[in-house]
Every structure is written in structure tokens, then in C-alpha cells.
Design a protein around this ligand. Structure first.
Ligand code: HEC
Ligand SMILES: [Cu+2]
Length: 382
């Protein structure tokens, strides 16, 4: 009987992969083993309790005509002792086992790939550092604009990107801060989850073991667009008229090796930052495309493949309507105001939802480039 319950619990625990996403990290293997262990214990207790229940219903059900009371039983010290001891042992074993998993998964690994993450309502932005040690191949520091070269010597240039990119077998540490309220950073496929706390930096560590694309989800209710603070796949038509899947929002991309990571992600992005375009329209496009600011969660804009944001007005054609919105404001002044001080004028039909991008959050240079880019979106230009 006891053996049947133990085997049954272990069999139940084998169902676990049905509910869990594929294991993407070294940590997920440890976390899942711990979970499977708890699931087996839970399965055994389930079988024991349900078994006793079903047995009692069948074995002790009332006989026809029997109206007597059951035997009067007063306490049972052995039984009480056993049902206290067994849970105490289970809790102790689980404490030791989970402590071991926790300290393994949280320990600092040698040679970690350090990435920054910023949570903002309602998007994630990741930051990468370019320094003299990881300049793109073929680029030397003398080719750079003197100001950029200076920053590079001074500890490196930080650039933002809307995806967390890394490669297989590389331990990653993500240092996280929030622009506004608390958020929680959750990658189900990696089995890691950590809160972002206002005014503090928190960290999360994992080592990917499988190349692929993983969802990042916000797991702390943070406002009206909370549900959008997660990656999505959207099917769109590309230039050739074929359907293709476009990634929206924050995703984790794991490349198979470092060389692919550098070639497909890091070097092209670093070149954009090291040699920024002079034309403000192109610069504005580059800034918005980088995902540094969370605009795509709320707005659509075909040129950047922003296809899902519907909390704010569609920005296609904004260049045509900007100078008619508020009497007395030029188109530039209106866009400036809509970003720095969004509640000064609310587009009819929309609520006061847009974050205020003050000078601390968005520099005047970034803002001017973004204005130039947005105003280039006219019906005539499209
Ligand atoms: C949380 C959602 C949200 C985010 C994030 C957001 N916006 Fe908005 N935005 C809105 C809403 C809602 C409105 C309409 C109400 C208003 O005017 O404030 C709006 C209005 C605007 C307008 C005026 C549109 C028009 O038709 O007149 C512009 C321009 C704009 N946003 C640009 C941006 C840019 C650029 C970013 C990123 C830097 C951004 N928004 C981020 C929600 C958002
Ligand atoms: Cu959030």
C-alpha cells in the first residue's frame, strides 16, 4: 500500500513537463528538479488522503437499518505524533533543498555578461556597453567623432536596445532599475523572476543553454498597459507581400554562440551608436527604433513595425495633423508639448495615460530628433 502511494506520487511528478515551458537555462533544470520533488510529495499526500477517503466511504458506509452511533474515540497520541513528525521532516528537507538551489542559482558566476535593464510603464529597455575592448571589428578609436571617442575612453558608451540579447552557455547578470513604479521581470523559459523596486537596483542571473527567443513578462500589476509589458509575436506582411512574424515588445534572444551574437546583434547596433546619422530625421528614427523609450507599447507606427499599441493615437500621418491640434502652437511646438507635458492637451477620445518624458528621462537632443522624425510622417511622404 505504502509502496503504491510512493510510486504513484513519483508517477504524478513526471507529468510536470506538460505544464512548464521548455527549459532554457541551467537554472531551470535545478528549479524544475526541486519542483518535481515537491510535486512528488504532493502527489503522495494526495493519493494517501484521497485513498483513505474513498476507502472509508466504501468500507464504512451505513448498513441498512443501522441507526447506532460510531464507537467513541478520544485522541490518539501515536497518530498525532506521526502526523506532526512527517510534515516536520518534509518541511526540513524542503528547506535544505531549496536553500541549496537558491544559493546555486543566485551565486555570482565567473565572466558574466553584464546587461542593464530599465522597466518603464509599459516596456523594457536593455543597456549594453561599448568600450575599447569590444569595438566592432575594423573600427578604431581614431575614426570616431572626438566626443564619442572621449566617452569611450571614459568607461564606455552605453546604448539601449529593446531586446535582451546574449548567447548560449554565457552566464548573464541583469541589473535592473525602474523609471516609475515597481515592476517584476519574469522569463518563464529561464525560470527567473525578480522585482524591480523604485529607488533600488536589483539583479537577476541565469545561464542560457538553448538558443531561441523567450518571452519576458512583467509580473507586477503596474497600470493600464501592464498586460502589454510582455513580448508578443505579430504576423505582418513584409515588403515582398509575404507574411512574416515580427517580434514586439521585450524579448530575450539567445544566439548559439558569441560570434553570431556579435555579428547579428552587437556590431550593427554599436556601429549605429558610434557613427550616429547627422540627419535629425534618421537620428530620430534610430532613437525610436532602439526601443530606448516605451512608445511602441501605446502607439502604432508602420515605419517602425509598431503594430499593436492602441492605448494612444496611431502616429501614422502625425506630420499632417500636428499643426492643427492646438491653436497657436506650431507642429514642432505641439509634438514637443505632447512628449514633455502630455496632459497639457489630450487628444479627444484618449485618457491621461502617457508618461511625462521630462529632461531627465529624455534629453533635448533626443527630443528634437524624435520631433523631426515624427513630423516627417505625412501622407505625402508615405
Ligand atoms: C502608456 C502609453 C503611452 C506611451 C508609453 C507613450 N504614449 Fe504618446 N500618447 C498616449 C496617449 C494616451 C495619447 C493621447 C492623449 C494625450 O494627448 O496625452 C498620446 C499622445 C501622443 C502624441 C500626440 C498624438 C496626436 O495625434 O496628436 C504624440 C506625438 C505622442 N503621444 C508621442 C509619443 C512618443 C514619442 C512616445 C515615446 C517617447 C510616447 N508617445 C509614449 C499614450 C502613450
Ligand atoms: Cu510592469
Amino acid at each position: 500500500m505504502g509502496a503504491a502511494i510512493i510510486v504513484g506520487g513519483i508517477v504524478i511528478a513526471q507529468l510536470q513537463p506538460l505544464f512548464f515551458p521548455a527549459q532554457g537555462s541551467a537554472e531551470s533544470q535545478q528549479v524544475d528538479a526541486l519542483f518535481r520533488f515537491m510535486f512528488a510529495i504532493g502527489g503522495m499526500i494526495f493519493l494517501l488522503v484521497e485513498g483513505v477517503l474513498v476507502y472509508s466511504i466504501l468500507r464504512y458506509r451505513v448498513q441498512p437499518g443501522d441507526i447506532s452511533d460510531g464507537p467513541p474515540i478520544q485522541g490518539n497520541t501515536t497518530l498525532e505524533f506521526v502526523w506532526t513528525l512527517i510534515p516536520a521532516i518534509i518541511v526540513l528537507v524542503l528547506t535544505i533543498y531549496s536553500w541549496a538551489v537558491w544559493s546555486n542559482t543566485h551565486s555570482i558566476k565567473p565572466n558574466e555578461h553584464a546587461v542593464g535593464a530599465v522597466g518603464a510603464r509599459f516596456a523594457w529597455t536593455f543597456t549594453y556597453v561599448i568600450d575599447q575592448a569590444n569595438l566592432p571589428s575594423g573600427v578604431s578609436i581614431d575614426q570616431l567623432d572626438p566626443e564619442i571617442a572621449e566617452d569611450l575612453r571614459d568607461g564606455g558608451i552605453v546604448f539601449p536596445y529593446s531586446q535582451l540579447a546574449t548567447w548560449v552557455d554565457k552566464p548573464v547578470v541583469v541589473s535592473m532599475t525602474t523609471q516609475d513604479v515597481n515592476h517584476a521581470f519574469w522569463i518563464p523559459g529561464m525560470r527567473v523572476k525578480q522585482d524591480l523596486l523604485a529607488g533600488r537596483t536589483t539583479e537577476v542571473r541565469f545561464t542560457p543553454v538553448e538558443a531561441g527567443v523567450y518571452r519576458i513578462v512583467c509580473a507586477e500589476l503596474c497600470g493600464a498597459g501592464h498586460g502589454a509589458m510582455a513580448g508578443q509575436v505579430v504576423t505582418q506582411l513584409n515588403d515582398a507581400g509575404e507574411e512574416e512574424q515580427v517580434l514586439q515588445g521585450a524579448w530575450l534572444i539567445v544566439y548559439p554562440d558569441e560570434a553570431t551574437y556579435r555579428r547579428e546583434f552587437f556590431e550593427p547596433e554599436a556601429l549605429h551608436v558610434l557613427f550616429p546619422p547627422e540627419d535629425p530625421v534618421l537620428l530620430g528614427r534610430q532613437i525610436l527604433a532602439s526601443g530606448e523609450y516605451p512608445c511602441a507599447t501605446c502607439h502604432m507606427l508602420s515605419d517602425l513595425n509598431w503594430a499593436t499599441g492602441n492605448l494612444g493615437p496611431n502616429l501614422n500621418g502625425i506630420g499632417d495633423r500636428a499643426d492643427d491640434r492646438v491653436p497657436g502652437l506650431t507642429a514642432e511646438e505641439y509634438i514637443h508639448q505632447s512628449i514633455r507635458d502630455p496632459f497639457a492637451y489630450l487628444v479627444p477620445g484618449y485618457g491621461a495615460l502617457m508618461p511625462q518624458f521630462d529632461e531627465e528621462y529624455m534629453s533635448e537632443e533626443d527630443l528634437n530628433a524624435i520631433i523631426a522624425y515624427l513630423l516627417s510622417h505625412t501622407a505625402a511622404a508615405n
